[in-house]
Design a protein around this ligand. Sequence first.
Ligand code: NAD
Ligand code: UGA
Length: 447
Amino acid sequence: MKVTAIGTGYVGLVTGACLAEMGNHVVCLDVNAEKIRILNDGEIPIHEPGLLEVVRRNVAAGRLQFTTDVDLAVKHGTILFIGVGTPPDEDGSADLQYVLAAARSIGQRMTDYKVIVDKSTVPVGTADKVRAAVGEELAKRGLSEMAYAVVSNPEFLKEGAAVEDFMKPDRIIVGSEDEQATLLMRALYAPFTRNHDRLVVMDLRSAEFTKYAANAMLATRISFMNEMALLAEKVGADIELVRRGIGSDPRIGYSFLYAGAGYGGSCFPKDVKALIQAAQGEGIPLRVLTAVEEANERQKMLLVDKVTARFGADLSGRHFAVWGLAFKPNTDDMREAPALVIVQALLKRGATLTAYDPVAMPEARRLLAKELASERLRFSERADQALEGADALLLVTEWKEFKSPDFDQIKSSLKQPVVFDGRNQYEPALMKALGIEHWGIGRGRND
Ligand code: NAD
Ligand code: UGA
């Protein structure tokens, strides 16, 4: 099939590349000429495991191309995916300007039947707005009779596992009220549904809602466990054991129950806020979700609170090593990363820092340019070098290379062997045996 992906970010690029992998002919469009240049040079603008190989293979096979040429991109696809950003507005609601601009650019150019697919995460009712935007542009061209369908097909991939998630989806949600479009979507996704049909067709509004409800539920689990961890510390229980204890109940399940330094990323924070805002507009205050967000804001400061509990409120003259800056492992994405809050809060309290991340440092250099210029924040090219002369280590992102570090080296490099383990990577009993002072999240009393 002929497919166009509008937007070559995490979602658009993965969608385009994975659909090409199944034999479709895909054109990826972006307004960012620099991203398209990088892609046409045979590289990818993001860090995403396995993606570069899929992109190169399909470009070589002539099934995948990248362009800034809107005419070419709109003409090419029968199915056009809109995968552009939906960042938060000032009040937290989703800003639809990029989605609607993409819709208009389709309406301004299309000359035959198109299936226009909202893949971006968009509030309930957006498909109607997309349909109206396309219709208005067609009317301006005197083409009001031209047929097209608008479909909602939210994406559930996780960064760091995006290709794997897209290739082996748990489910594919298709909101469609157009028979021909539904048939085309079924055919497009047939190679991804493996041994049983994972495609669920529903009305447009339910599909749009499903995406927000999924992210809100996952964020809720995390904030719930983070609060349980706070209590565990007070009462002398270990949240890791509690996690295993409750996760074994199939009604609860094991995943997304890890207490930590708070959730970040481009989606949970933004989507939770957008859902709260949308509900507010309907006169439905979402009390649970409001608390989920508040708990997460507080959680991002937890490691800082532990540092000040240990070293005092004034951290002048103290130096700390920070391992991990990305909002989660296997990505260079730093949007809403807890590390940003932690670094800024420690600097504000007078500390100096040396930070290390396996892939996110270029992005961190951009986002923390002011802090770097102050010379109180430095980056290190290696994890072990970041430790030299520090008062303590803060583990913020659980990259694999931090899972089994050389503990002897940690002890000898730090001024005192103190580790703030923001992702519960190290067993308290082992740390005790090694003579390392270990501050986990919800791993029993710290006294
Ligand atoms: P992103 O910011 O990485 O990429 C968006 C891209 O769209 C940018 O490259 C931008 O230049 C381009 N763009 C903007 N307007 C355009 C236009 N009119 N024409 C062509 N290109 C245009 O965004 P992302 O992380 O891929 O997220 C996209 C959407 O998917 C969001 O709604 C997000 O909530 C949702 N989503 C993201 C993820 C994720 O893991 N990142 C997962 C599921 C859903
Ligand atoms: C999340 C969802 O998992 C995807 O299904 C969804 O498609 C995506 O948002 C989206 O809508 O964009 P992502 O943000 O890439 O994916 O990453 P997650 O693995 O969900 O992690 C999000 C944050 O939660 C990270 O900061 C992570 O450290 C934190 N987290 C995750 C926890 O603190 N505990 C957990 O148990 C799991």
